[in-house]
Design a protein around this ligand. Structure first.
Ligand SMILES: Cc1cc2nc3c(=O)[nH]c(=O)nc-3n(C[C@H](O)[C@H](O)[C@H](O)COP(=O)(O)OP(=O)(O)OC[C@H]3O[C@@H](n4cnc5c(N)ncnc54)[C@H](O)[C@@H]3O)c2cc1C
Length: 338
C-alpha cells in the first residue's frame, strides 16, 4: 500500500489550498477527487474582493463589481465602493489554476478516484488503498470523512441556480420574504452569462417550492429561463469543530460556510490553509480561522433566529437594508472575510 504524509479527500478550493501549502513545505501529499477534473461545481462563483485578492490572482476574475444592488419588499439601495466589493470567478477556471499550483508544488492529484471507506490509518478508493499520517476531509457537504467522525449534518442551506447566457451589468441581491423567506435571490454576472439563483435554509425552505419561486422571480425580472436546466447543491453550515487528532475537516465538510448567505469558498480556502499550517507546526496560531468561525457562528444564529418568525424576519431584513443604506453597518458584515 502506498503511504503519504497527508491524504486529502476532495479537490475543491479547500483541499487544493491545503495541498499546495503542504507540498510547498516539502510534505508528500495525495489529493483524491471523485470527479474527472477538479473545479466544476454548482456555485454562484461570488467571492468577496478582500477575501479573493489575497489568495487568487486577479487574472482569474471574470467580473468585479464596485456596486451592489440590494432590494427588499420596501426598499432598495446601491452600496458603492472605490474598490470592487464582490467578484465572480468561474469554478472550472479556479479549479484548474489551483490544481496546477498544487501540482507544481509537488502534490499528487488523482482524479476519477472515489473514496469509499475511511479506516484509522488508510483510505479505500476506486483506485486502491492509501495509507496516511494525516487525513483531511475536504470533501464538501456530503463528506465521507465527516461521517467517519460521526458528526451529524443538520444545518444545511440549499442553493439553486441557472446559468443564463447574456450580458448582465448589475450584481443584485433580492431579499423578498414572500419569495425567498429568510434567504435571498441573486444575479451574479460573468462576462457572457449570469448565475441567477436562490438560497434558503432547510427545513424552513422546501427545494421544490424554492425552484418554483426562483422561476417566478426570474420572470418578474424579465430573465428568460427557457430551455435552461436548474442546478442545485447543499451547503453545510453545521460547524462542530475541525481538528480531530490526525484527522481534520475543512470547508463545507467542516460546516464552515455562512448559513446566512451560503458563501463557502472563502471559508474553504482559509480553513484549508489553516489545516496545512497546523500540520507543519502544531503550535500554529490559527487567528484568521478563529475570526472566521466567530463570524460563521454569528451568521448561524441570525439565520436560525429569523427563520422562526416571519414578522421578525421582515423587520430584520428591512433594518439591515436601512443600516446598509445609511452606512451604519458595512457590507462586509455579510461577508466571511474581515
Ligand atoms: C447553488 C450554489 C451557489 C453557491 N454560490 C456560492 C458563491 O457565490 N460564493 C461562495 O463562496 N460559495 C458559494 N456556494 C458554496 C460553495 O460552492 C462551497 O461552499 C464551496 O465549494 C466549498 O468548498 P470545499 O472545498 O469545502 O468543497 P467542494 O467545493 O464541495 O469540494 C469538495 C470536493 O470533494 C469531492 N468529493 C466529495 N466526496 C468525495 C469522495 N468520496 N471521494 C473523492 N472526492 C470526493 C467533490 O467531488 C468535490 O470536488 C454555492 C453553493 C451552491 C450549491
Amino acid at each position: 500500500m502506498q503511504s503519504f504524509s497527508v491524504v486529502i479527500v476532495g479537490a475543491g478550493p479547500g483541499g487544493l489550498a491545503c495541498a499546495r501549502l503542504l507540498a510547498e513545505h516539502g510534505l508528500d501529499v495525495l489529493v483524491l477527487e471523485r470527479n474527472s477534473a477538479a473545479g466544476p461545481k454548482v456555485c454562484g462563483g461570488g467571492i468577496t474582493w478582500d477575501g479573493l485578492i489575497k489568495r487568487v490572482p486577479e487574472h482569474l476574475i471574470d467580473g468585479a463589481f464596485t456596486s451592489q444592488h440590494i432590494r427588499s419588499n420596501y426598499q432598495q439601495t446601491v452600496i458603492q465602493s472605490s474598490d470592487p466589493i464582490v467578484a465572480t470567478v468561474r469554478r472550472d477556471v479556479l479549479g484548474k489554476w489551483m490544481c496546477q499550483q498544487a501540482e507544481n508544488a509537488g502534490a499528487v492529484i488523482k482524479t476519477s478516484c472515489v473514496v469509499n471507506r475511511i479506516d484509522s490509518d488508510s483510505v479505500a478508493t476506486s483506485q486502491g488503498n492509501f495509507r496516511y499520517r494525516y487525513l483531511i476531509g475536504a470533501d464538501g457537504t456530503s463528506s465521507i470523512v465527516r461521517k467517519y467522525l460521526r458528526l451529524a449534518t443538520e444545518k444545511v442551506g440549499v442553493g439553486i441556480h441557472f446559468l443564463v447566457p447574456g450580458n448582465f451589468e448589475k450584481m443584485e441581491w433580492h431579499l423578498n420574504n414572500r419569495l425567498f423567506n429568510n434567504g435571498y435571490g441573486w444575479i451574479f454576472p460573468y462576462q457572457d452569462m449570469a448565475s441567477v439563483g436562490i438560497y434558503g435554509v432547510k427545513p424552513y425552505n422546501n427545494p421544490k417550492k424554492m425552484l418554483a419561486n426562483l422561476r417566478q422571480w426570474a420572470k418578474q425580472q424579465k430573465i428568460s429561463l427557457d430551455g435552461l436546466k436548474p442546478k442545485a447543491g447543499l451547503i453545510n453550515f453545521d460547524y462542530k469543530g475541525w481538528r480531530f487528532g490526525n484527522k481534520m475537516l475543512i470547508g463545507d465538510a467542516a460546516g464552515l460556510a455562512s448559513g446566512l448567505t451560503g458563501e463557502g469558498m472563502y471559508s474553504a480556502l482559509v480553513s484549508g490553509e489553516a489545516a496545512a499550517r497546523v500540520i507543519l507546526d502544531p503550535e500554529y496560531d490559527c487567528h484568521e480561522l478563529q475570526q472566521l468561525i466567530k463570524k460563521q457562528q454569528k451568521h448561524q444564529r441570525i439565520v436560525e433566529f429569523s427563520a422562526k418568525n416571519k414578522l421578525l424576519n421582515i423587520t430584520l431584513m428591512e433594518t439591515l437594508i436601512l443600516a446598509l443604506r445609511t452606512g451604519l453597518i458595512p457590507f462586509s458584515m455579510l461577508e466571511m472575510a474581515d
